[in-house]
Design a binder for this molecule. Structure first.
Ligand code: PLP
Length: 373
């Protein structure tokens, strides 16, 4: 019996990719698989969708190498910084890197002895990493670095999922202007700018869109979810199991710290999931799960491996399945976070079960084998 698990429907991911592609048919699709594919398992998803996408992006070198070692052959771009000495590994594994600073670029160029594929990263307003004002002399110096094969330029939006579009437009304009200035200097193969929000809401996609969260069928914000009538299909479901049920009298306290005390007789179920599985402790006395079609409140503090929910008046028995995050947007907002964080918090103790055409095609147990029922 698997205690808690995530079920991932590959068909829905492919449907989302095709759906988003149809918004921008001329644009290449870069599936963003950072943080283990937003918690859902990067390698398996990459393998299943490779034929439907053009590029993959991850955040770190180890993520990129693990995809290569698993046999992924489409281009892979790292979105975060790579330590200059590690760039040799990027050459060995044919992985693209971002260039976001002139000194960094020079250090890499001096250290490596073969060409690496590089994408110039512009900070047009995100305020994270990137060239801020790309000056004439910087362009000239970059161009002189013979070990950098500069194939692309990109930037990242900070507010593309919000109602006010003015900042996004400003970033877009800034990007277009810089591209005009540098187009002649480099032999650019393509440029890219859009995350999920920009690809869906603004239809700003340029030559390639970098689609993370929407690939998995989750909208970047409630606004986009409403505007698009939930056309994307959430591809995963996080499940757990009831392991114990008890009736308690008024006055009974539940869990650490006695933060919940029954004010009437109640029926309480214990679930085999806790914060170490990624069900964040801030959901104590706040979260809700779905059991047999009924919403049940989390009561008391979430423990490391177990938690309790109120099942008073609900038909439930031991071994019943539980749906964690019945509405992931609503649950995320309760603890002032976003679905991105809830997804990427799902711990490696939780097996990932992959389904295609309604059948289980594989199970990834990161920690130990599990017994099937
Ligand atoms: C994470 C990330 C993306 C994908 O963002 P989503 O909102 O998940 O689509 C795209 N580009 C960069 C640079 C990122 O860091």
């Amino acid at each position: 019996m698997i205690e808690s698990y995530v079920e991932i429907d590959i068909d829905k991911i492919i449907e989302n990719v095709q759906n988003i592609r149809s918004i921008n048919p001329d644009s290449m699709y870069c599936a963003v698989l950072k943080a283990n594919g937003y918690g859902l398992g990067a390698y398996k998803i990459a393998e299943e969708i490779e034929e439907f996408v053009d590029y993959f992006a991850v955040a770190r070198l180890n993520e990129a190498i693990s995809l290569r070692e698993a046999g992924i052959s489409k281009p892979i771009l790292i979105l975060g910084a790579v330590y200059y000495k590690d760039v040799k590994k990027c050459i060995d594994y044919d992985i693209d890197i971002p260039i976001f600073d002139l000194n960094y670029a020079k250090k890499i160029n001096d250290y490596i002895d073969k060409k690496v594929n590089a994408h110039i990263l512009l900070d047009t307003g995100m305020g994270r990493i990137g060239f801020r004002d790309f000056e004439e002399n910087e362009i000239r110096e970059l161009k002189s670095l013979e070990n950098l094969n500069i194939i692309s330029v990109f930037t990242h939006f900070s507010t593309a999922d919000e109602a006010d579009t003015s900042y996004t437009e400003m970033q877009h304009d800034k990007f277009k202007k810089i591209i005009n200035d540098i187009n002649d200097a480099f032999d650019l193969k393509f440029v890219h700018i859009a995350n999920s929000a920009a690809a869906i809401k603004h239809n700003i996609s340029k030559d390639m869109m970098r689609v993370g969260i929407a690939t998995y069928g989750i909208y970047p914000s409630d606004l986009l979810r409403e505007e698009n009538n939930e056309e994307l299909k959430q591809c995963f479901s996080f499940r757990s199991r009831v392991i114990f049920i008890k009736d308690v009298e008024a006055g009974t306290s539940i869990s650490y710290g006695r933060t919940f005390i029954a004010d009437k007789p109640m029926k309480i179920a214990t679930l085999s999931i806790g914060y170490a599985d990624g069900f964040i402790r801030a959901f104590s006395n706040l979260g809700e799960v779905l059991i047999n079609g009924k919403l049940c409140k989390v009561i008391g503090r979430v423990c490391m491996d177990q938690m309790m929910v109120d099942v008073t008046g609900i038909d439930v028995k031991v071994d019943d399945k539980v749906i964690i995050y019945p509405d992931i947007y609503k649950e995320a907002s309760k603890i002032d976070t976003i679905p991105y964080e809830l997804m990427t918090s799902i711990n490696l103790r939780v097996p990932r079960i992959y389904k295609k055409s309604g059948k289980i095609i594989s199970i990834d147990n990161y920690i130990g084998e599990i017994y099937e029922d």
